[in-house]
Ligand binder design. Structure first.
Ligand code: GDP
Length: 606
């Protein structure tokens, strides 16, 4: 396949051209098409279509809609091909279905997922296959870096996706992405069909992926392959021996018996299904894994489904985008190009996409950025109200049903020194069975991007001497992202430690009630400086704690000395009104400062 890859500029774009969306003698199918629409598509009189329909035994008027199957039958009569209506909106690139010309298509390796009940031998089989076949990179014995690998059998490649459990597969399918071509359904012969076996069957069937049954552990004394066949027949998986059309392979993943045959059956299925792709197009495919790497930034394993991916390509993955900086295969080998059905780990994205996200290469960086921005906005709207975030208060409870107790933290602070000190101390916290992962630590105020990252990765945000503005606070609240603000390191460490041990007593929490902007300064010799302020949101109370923010950085924290409307002392001033604020022991107010007012409020434990 690789030999046919043309120069970069010869790879076709992923954005369907006018020509590609309006091929001759092609009817572009859309759901709900009426007889009239179909006639227009065929460029014939509607009566002709109605007549043909009658011939097929279908009575329909011109305004009635007809199903795709019937349209396909009609198309045969009118010598048309039926194709899906093309999506041309690039912000919905994951829905674009490129209608490749047959002559551009080349055979590609099948992508295989192994599913089945826990302990039925999935991991063992993947290990055995990897160790007994030549891996596509080098020969044998290589530590695998990414959740996919390729093996060569009879000179042909097979790609295995090796992401833990069904989660990835289920997730991907739930999100409409189809990574797999063939499913291996593993059933241990000594255990038989179990709940997760049935789940796996449901997923494979719903995804319309061919299933090959691997009856495992045939070396075990209690192995009963007939029983497995019997049980699976109840789910319409009837063995060829019994007159059905499902391939059953008896194997021992442990000893390797039957594994060669299983690989041959995979290749046989691939031959029948004829998996093809066009390598001479810009790549598109699916994110199968992703993480934020401390050194390398966002890292994603991409499975190329169509086209060829190259270093330097600009792509949108899910809602994020970037330029491919480097690519590696499962053996850690550096790659320049990645052909269809191959997975590679890439760096260069701006943020971490989600497993199951689609990706597509764009020619134009600006367009990619715009698409990414639009998609981020849309996802955000969709997710409003859905709270899957982590909070310190509920941390211990959420730990209870997880094996790996990890607290992810984003640190924002006023100086490099303070965030480094905080990060180092946090990472030193030792609470048995837990780990702390600081996924981002940088100087600056807490931004929307921080909140988005925290939300996507289930992290909390710690602000050290910095404060989020009202908009960021609202976003965090909407998404349920926990922002904790400190100005003393030990206080932060203490709270985190307590949260990890489940001993946190969040008795008091500071609640910001309002903000005022300093628009004028009055120096009064006996009193000090008074800020002529405008309340931009909420309410400012006379007994508030106040914080003076300059460009998002806390410059002073303390109490209010006086709050006045014109000449009168007042208890509170609401949004939209002006007031004079004097701060106890602080005379350095400047125009443009923001005065944040808060109160201490008792918060009941959740
Ligand atoms: P998974 O949860 O489906 O990934 O299952 P594993 O691959 O972790 O296997 C679970 C257990 O079954 C392990 O102890 C394996 O060594 C064992 N096992 C897997 N395949 C076989 C097999 O073919 N024969 C025998 N005797 N044991 C097996």
């Amino acid at each position: 396949m690789a030999k046919n890859i043309k120069k970069q500029d010869e790879r076709k774009s992923n954005i369907p051209t006018e020509q590609e969306t309006t091929k001759e003698n092609t009817l572009y199918y859309e759901e709900g098409m009426t007889v009239q629409d179909v006639a227009d598509g065929f460029e014939v009189a509607v009566t002709e279509v109605i007549k043909k329909l009658m011939g097929l035994g279908v009575m329909a008027s011109k305004t009635q809609s007809i199903d795709r199957e019937t349209i396909e039958l009609l198309a045969l009569e009118f010598e048309y091909t039926v194709a899906d209506k093309q999506v041309t909106d690039v912000t919905r690139f994951d829905e674009i279905k490129i209608d490749e010309d047959e002559e551009d298509l080349e055979e590609r390796p099948p992508v295989v997922t192994i599913m089945g009940h826990v302990d039925h031998g999935k991991t063992t089989l993947l290990d055995t296959i990897r160790n007994t076949t030549v891996t596509a990179g080098e020969a044998g014995g290589i530590t695998q870096h990414i959740g996919a690998y390729q093996v060569i059998k009879n000179g042909k490649k097979i790609t295995f996706i090796d992401t833990p459990g069904h989660a990835a597969f289920t997730e991907m399918r739930a999100r409409g992405a189809k990574a797999t071509d063939i499913t291996i359904l593993m059933v241990a012969a000594d255990d038989g069909v179990m709940p997760q076996t049935i789940e796996a069957i449901d997923h494979a069937k719903a995804a319309e992926v061919p299933i090959i049954v691997a009856v495992n552990k045939i070396d075990m004394p209690g192995a009963n392959t007939e029983r497995v066949m019997q049980q699976l027949s109840e789910y319409n998986l009837l063995s060829e021996d019994w007159g059905g059309d499902t391939i059953f392979c008896n194997i021992s993943a442990l000893t390797g018996e039957g594994v060669e045959n299983l690989l041959e059956m995979i290749q046989l299925t691939a031959e029948i299904e004829q998996f093809k792709a066009n390598p001479n197009r810009l790549a598109s495919g699916i994110v199968i894994e992703s993480e934020l790497d401390k050194g390398r930034g966002p890292v994603a394993t991409l499975l190329v489904k169509n086209g060829t991916l190259k270093v330097g390509d600009i792509l949108v993955a899910g809602d994020t985008y970037g330029k491919v900086r480097a690519m590696e295969d499962e053996t850690g080998e550096t790659l320049e190009t990645v052909p269809p059905s191959k997975a590679a780990e890439i760096t260069g994205l701006h943020e971490v996409p989600l497993a199951g996200d689609s990706f597509m290469v764009f020619e134009d960086e600006k367009q990619a950025r715009q698409v990414s921005e639009k998609r981020t906005h849309r996802t955000w709207q969709d997710e409003k109200g859905v709270n899957q975030a982590v909070t310190l208060d509920a941390l211990f409870d959420s730990f209870k049903d997880e094996d790996l107790k990890e607290l992810r933290i984003i640190i924002k602070g006023d100086t490099h020194g303070s965030i480094e000190a905080l990060k180092a101390s946090l990472e030193k916290i030792e609470v048995e069975g837990t780990t702390i992962d600081v996924i981002r630590a940088s100087v600056g105020t807490i931004s929307e991007t921080d909140v988005t990252l925290a939300y996507a990765s289930g992290a909390i945000i710690i602000g050290f001497n910095v404060r989020p503005n009202a908009a960021v606070r609202d976003t965090a609240k909407e998404k349920g992202v926990d922002i904790r603000l400190y100005n003393i390191i030990y206080k932060a460490l203490e709270e985190i430690k307590m949260a990890l041990t489940g001993m946190l007593d969040p008795i008091f929490e500071e609640v910001v009630t309002g903000e005022a902007e300093v628009r004028d300064i009055f120096k009064v010799s006996k009193l000090g400086t008074i800020g002529g302020c405008y309340v931009t949101n909420g309410v400012i109370n006379r007994d508030s704690l106040v914080r003076v923010l300059r460009d998002g950085v806390v410059v002073f924290e303390g109490e209010m000395a006086s709050l006045k409307r014109f000449k009168d002392d007042v208890k509170s001033v609401r949004e939209g009104f002006e007031c004079g604020i004097r701060i106890d022991k602080f005379n350095d107010i400047k125009v443009g400062d923001v005065i944040e007012a808060s109160i201490e409020k008792e918060i009941p434990r959740q």
